[in-house]
Every structure is written in structure tokens, then in C-alpha cells.
Write a protein that binds this ligand. Structure first.
Ligand SMILES: [Zn+2]
Length: 62
């Protein structure tokens, strides 16, 4: 089995692991009902609407 010739330096391994950080959601769209930011293909967390109709009962809405 092949063995690495050199120990991976702290700098090399930390710069590799820097790519695994969680990035902010870039493709957030806004709700057509209330205009709040929401994820695509998911019901709106603030008003509970999806595809033009209410699918969730949001606490504090009524
Ligand atoms: Zn909404």
C-alpha cells in the first residue's frame, strides 16, 4: 500500500478543511404571498403558503 512521503503540514490540512465550512444559502427566493425570504420547494416559514395556497398553520398567525 502506498504511504505518503511527508507529513501533511498544519497549514496544508487546515487550508483543505477551510473548504468544508458552511456557506450562507445563496439561492434564497422570496415568498409570493408575504415577501419573506424562503427556501425553494418548501412552504414559507412565516405565512405557511406554498404554491398559492396555505399548507401550514403558523403559530401566531391567527
Ligand atoms: Zn410567506
Amino acid at each position: 500500500m502506498a504511504v505518503p512521503k511527508r507529513k501533511t503540514s498544519k497549514s496544508k490540512s487546515s487550508s483543505r478543511k477551510a473548504q468544508n465550512t458552511k456557506k450562507p444559502i445563496s439561492r434564497a427566493s422570496s415568498c409570493s404571498q408575504c415577501g419573506a425570504p424562503q427556501l425553494s420547494h418548501r412552504a414559507c416559514p412565516s405565512c405557511g403558503y406554498y404554491n398559492g395556497r396555505q399548507v401550514l398553520t403558523v403559530a401566531g398567525d391567527e
